[in-house]
Design a protein around this ligand. Sequence first.
Ligand SMILES: *[C@@H]1O[C@H](CO)[C@@H](O)[C@H](O)[C@H]1NC(C)=O
Ligand SMILES: *[C@@H]1O[C@H](CO)[C@@H](O)[C@H](O)[C@H]1NC(C)=O
Ligand SMILES: *[C@@H]1O[C@H](CO)[C@@H](O)[C@H](O)[C@H]1NC(C)=O
Ligand SMILES: *[C@@H]1O[C@H](CO)[C@@H](O)[C@H](O)[C@H]1NC(C)=O
Length: 218
Amino acid sequence: MMSPILTLFYFFLFLKIATCGVQNNNFTFNGFGGAKLDLDGNASITPEGLLLLTNATRLMTGHAFHPAPLRFKPPTGETLSFSTTFVFAIISEYSEVSSHGIAFLVSPTVNLSTALPNQWLGLFNSENNCDAANHVLAVELDMIENPEFADINDNHVGIDVNCLNSVDSRPAGYYSGSATDQFESLNLHSGEPMQVWVDYAGGDIHATQRYHIPGSNA
Ligand SMILES: *[C@@H]1O[C@H](CO)[C@@H](O)[C@H](O)[C@H]1NC(C)=O
Ligand SMILES: *[C@@H]1O[C@H](CO)[C@@H](O)[C@H](O)[C@H]1NC(C)=O
Ligand SMILES: *[C@@H]1O[C@H](CO)[C@@H](O)[C@H](O)[C@H]1NC(C)=O
Ligand SMILES: *[C@@H]1O[C@H](CO)[C@@H](O)[C@H](O)[C@H]1NC(C)=O
């Protein structure tokens, strides 16, 4: 479900999938020690229960999938919605040079053996990028501006449907929720823990993000 590059500690995950009137697939992981995630590449679980997707080895990818497939296709006549939230931190090999990023992924297969590292984010390769047969939805946290994918900047959140050329993207940050509701930028490259929410409701997807304040409900 996650597809990253360079380094990520991912220590909390909540996912809820609901079709009209029927709620299923609701789970929370507070640490991944007992989660039996399906890992590949350079992904590992640390003794503390963190998911480490890569460890700064260059040109490497790591993926971690929920151990069992989840049903995203709603029964006829019903609509699908899902929500997830997770906390991550990206630690680049060099603090002054950004690594590529990570993505939350919904995929019909866990076999991403042909997906490339670097700007491909472990999602696609030059042959299958933008192929409608991928059936992949991803929310990318992308820290390098790649003109080939029309990236808006080097610090953005993008919604990807089968393709690294995002259908929509915004600079990383959040709305403060105060009376003035100002947009506050976040630096994905900071190494700080941050929290992402992904909410999909019958054709409408929103990704929001803010700092995670350890020990609080923020
Ligand atoms: C899903 O689980 C969370 C955490 O246990 C709980 O707060 C929430 O109410 C549950 N939602 C549904 C729809 O079951
Ligand atoms: C990363 O994965 C590659 C390919 O599977 C492997 O050769 C390498 O030893 C791994 N490195 C680490 C640090 O896990
Ligand atoms: C990554 O893992 C490999 C193999 O365990 C280890 O040799 C290397 O030092 C690790 N790199 C970092 C930056 O932790
Ligand atoms: C994964 O996909 C590759 C490329 O399509 C294929 O060669 C390989 O056999 C697959 N691996 C598994 C375990 O299915």
